[in-house]
Ligand binder design. Structure first.
Ligand code: ADP
Length: 184
């Protein structure tokens, strides 16, 4: 599914994020920035060891939850990887929603600062970190749409590994577009 909002194209994609040709690929990292499983492992495997080396050299203290750090993308087509640790879901009482929002917002700001025109997000926190997919999809899409004016992106991709997650994103984007139309 695709939707044009202002001059920005939002595209929902099912597949492997490491194959995206956007300027930036976002990594659902963990705070150590020393690699891990899931999408983090896939990005380090596809990009090669220089990404990990850059994380070690530039970010010895890692990265706080909801913050974002940038490296090059090694062997991948993208120019940069933005690493952001999303929150671990602990039932929703520990500002997990706010922290997840921060991950998307800070990634967009950092990408803009580097002049990126396109960015691909995975579904941050909804794998091993256990964030419910419906809530996470709503936060991901609404955070992006709310910040379109202060960022420079021409294309924003949401890449889901599984067909069922992609369906959730499709349903969520459709609903958000409908709600915005009704408001205006
Ligand atoms: P987190 O620790 O933030 O929950 P995970 O990597 O465990 O991160 O999962 C985040 C999401 O990324 C999950 O929906 C998972 O299916 C998905 N994922 C895993 N590998 C890839 C990949 N290569 N491309 C896109 N999404 C992926």
């Amino acid at each position: 599914m695709e939707a044009k909002i202002g001059s920005t194209l939002i595209r929902l994609v099912q597949g492997d994020i490491t194959r995206e040709k956007t300027d930036v690929i976002v990594n659902a990292a963990n705070p150590s920035l020393r690699g891990g499983g899931g999408v983090d492992g896939a990005i380090h495997r596809a990009g090669g060891p220089e990404i990990l080396q850059e994380c070690i050299d530039k970010y010895p203290k890692g990265c706080g939850t909801g913050e974002a750090r940038i490296t090059t993308a090694g062997q991948m087509d993208a120019k940069w990887v933005i690493h952001t640790p999303g929150p671990i879901w602990r039932g929703g009482q520990q500002n997990e929603e706010g922290l997840l929002r921060n991950s998307y917002h800070n990634s967009l700001l950092l990408a803009t600062k580097h002049g990126a025109k396109s960015i691909a997000f995975p579904s941050i926190s909804t794998g091993v970190y256990g964030f419910p997919i419906d809530q996470a999809a709503k936060i991901a899409i609404s955070t992006v749409i709310e910040n379109l004016n202060e960022i420079s992106m021409k294309e924003i991709h949401f890449v889901q590994f599984s067909a069922s997650d992609c369906q959730v994103y499709t349903r969520t984007l459709t609903q958000i577009l409908k709600d915005t139309q009704e408001e205006s």
